[in-house]
Design a protein around this ligand. Structure first.
Ligand code: PNS
Length: 216
């Protein structure tokens, strides 16, 4: 009589992906949901920031956007204004929270039980600074991992600094920042925008003269 032999190698539970899954599960237990911190100055928040927040919200259980209360720099928008703008912009994302912090980022991350830091990389030029910061943060707190994500390529040249520069000269920032931010910039920099618009329409003192010179 031939013995009944079961061919376990054909059973799907013994397939390679399942073996890896179960061995990892028993070795280190199930993976915990990750709570991440996305720190930054957000002065002002741009469409690139928002794009990254939306991407982060899809992969992390909870995402805390931490606005640095920076005492060294004099920001264009107060902390209260940045908090308000970001809260409005992320109201539709239920696992996103907006907070302010000061001092060391790694200490703040620990205090909110974040195990991961999210940062955006737009181009190679960002990499050096981000790498340096990530490694310094790792030295300060080895258990905190930094995760880099890329915003949509249409925002790869957008930065808060350039937005401020364009807006301070009354230039258009449509498409670079969300509408609420655009509105706030217009309110804050009203004289610059008025002058720019008058120049465009030829109403500002000297504008006609300038136009004539350009034509001749
Ligand atoms: O948007 P930014 O200005 O590039 O963000 C920089 C930020 C806020 C993430 C960074 O300056 C920071 O973490 N500052 C907090 C102080 C700190 O921990 N410094 C050590 C960084 S290695």
């Amino acid at each position: 009589m031939t013995a009944l032999r079961t061919n376990t190698s054909n059973c799907h539970l013994h397939s390679r992906p399942h073996r890896i899954f179960y061995s990892r599960l028993f070795l280190r237990g199930p993976l915990k949901p990750v709570s991440a911190l996305y720190p930054g100055s957000f002065d002002p928040p741009t469409n690139g920031h928002l794009d990254l927040i939306e991407r982060g919200a899809k992969i992390f259980e909870e995402l805390v956007v931490g606005i640095l209360r920076n005492t060294e720099k004099s920001p264009m928008f107060s902390l209260a204004e940045r908090l308000e703008m970001l809260k409005t912009l992320t109201a539709h994302l239920k696992n996103v929270r907006i907070e302010a912090f000061h001092g060391l980022m790694v200490e703040y991350a620990k205090s909110i039980d974040a195990t991961c830091v999210l940062r955006g990389i737009r181009a190679v030029s960002d990499y050096e600074y981000e790498l340096q910061m990530a490694l310094m943060n790792r030295k300060l707190e080895p258990t905190l991992e930094t995760v880099f994500m890329m915003p949509a390529d249409k925002y790869s040249y957008v930065s808060s600094r350039l937005v401020r520069e364009v807006a301070q000269a009354g230039g258009p920032v449509k498409g670079l920042v969300p509408e609420v931010v655009e509105q706030k910039l217009r309110e804050k920099l009203e004289p610059a925008y008025r002058f720019h618009d008058e120049m465009q329409e030829g109403r500002a003192p000297g504008a006609k003269e300038k136009k004539r010179k350009r034509k001749s």
